[in-house]
Design a protein around this ligand. Structure first.
Ligand SMILES: *Cc1c(COP(=O)(O)O)cnc(C)c1O
Length: 324
């Protein structure tokens, strides 16, 4: 069972590679009656917090399992983190992708040292190859969020926040599959049950938000968004993160593309930070007061910086590449 204990156990493992990131004061978002601090996961190796869960999950495999290799189908931050953590821990990593994945993403993951298998024309085809490698070659699949060790790894962020700032009363967390928010909420609320946790997703394809509304995991249509790291479903057979979100997330806020762009612009102009859309979603929640749960001491998880630079420049210039 997932518990605070598992998150405490994850700490020394995660810290072999991941940084204990700063919780930095945001002058631009703080005001007379609210202090806002940024948890800067953008400075992690591979540019996002996902290295925490990946390190913890691969470390907890047996030597024989690490020898047989780890596999996943993510081309985004999870895939990068798995490739890097595996390389650090002497495990073989295989990342399965479809032919439609752009060459720069393929190159980025190969550069870290993982094997890339290109198969089929969809994410489903890539996942079928993952399943085959698990069955036929005995590889271990490390999924991006619905896995105890992954959630526990992400939960170390929650421990760091409450340790560095015992007065924190609200934590704002970008929300997709829910591994990040689940781990953080479990850690933070185990220390102080009064801390409120707000999850933020985009309006376009908010699988967790829709699932919470219906009371069971459901699928939604995927659409392109500036917050591309928040895309994808939660799995119809979700085992852990749906229930964690049901029990521990106090409010879920959904943003349109314009709001996500405004968050990225704010982080750039006022904090000097290049962030991906997913990592800037807390900004409009604070500046537009979108949640009644917002307290006086607000931490927000700046979750990653892996944004395509051409896209980033367009957003800073005021374009909305996917409409509003
Ligand atoms: C994966 C990711 C998230 C969401 O994490 P979940 O555990 O899927 O909810 C948020 N931001 C970034 C940058 C990510 O890579």
């Amino acid at each position: 069972m997932l518990s605070l204990q598992k998150i405490l156990q994850a700490r020394p493992t995660v810290s072999k590679v991941a940084v204990k990131t700063p919780l930095a004061l945001s002058r631009s978002l703080s005001g007379a009656d609210r202090e806002v601090r940024l948890k800067l996961e953008t400075i992690q190796p591979t540019g996002s917090f996902k290295i925490r869960g990946a390190m913890n999950a691969i470390s907890n495999l047996s030597d024989a399992e690490r020898q047989a290799g780890v596999v996943c189908a993510s081309t985004g931050n999870h895939g990068r983190a798995i490739a890097f953590a595996a390389q650090q821990l002497g495990a073989k990593a295989t990342i399965c992708m479809s032919e439609l994945v752009p060459q720069n993403k393929v190159d980025a993951i190969r550069e870290i040292g993982a094997d890339v298998v290109i198969v089929g024309r969809s994410q489903d085809d890539a996942q079928r190859e993952v399943n085959r490698l698990v069955q036929e070659k005995g590889m271990s699949e490390i999924p991006p969020f619905d896995h105890e060790d992954v959630i526990a790894g992400q939960g170390t962020i929650g421990l760091e926040i409450v340790e560095d700032w015992p007065e924190v009363d609200t934590i704002i967390v970008p929300l997709s599959g829910g591994g990040l928010v689940g781990g953080i909420a479990l850690a933070a609320k185990s220390v102080s049950f009064d801390i409120k946790v707000i999850g933020v997703s985009m309006k376009r394809g908010a699988a967790m938000a829709e699932s919470l509304k219906r009371g069971r995991p459901i699928e939604v249509e995927e659409q392109p968004s500036l917050a591309d790291s928040l895309g994808g479903g939660i799995g119809l057979h979700n085992e852990l993160t749906f229930q964690l979100a049901q029990e521990l997330v106090d409010d879920v806020i959904l943003l349109d593309e314009k709001q996500i762009a405004s968050g990225m612009q704010h982080m750039y102009h006022n904090e000097g930070l290049v962030t991906e859309g997913a990592a800037a979603v807390a900004v409009p929640v604070i500046t537009e007061q979108l949640s009644p749960r917002l307290g006086k001491n607000v931490a927000f998880v700046v979750s990653g910086c892996n944004v395509d630079m051409q896209m980033f420049e367009k957003v800073i210039a005021g374009e909305l590449p996917y409409g509003s």
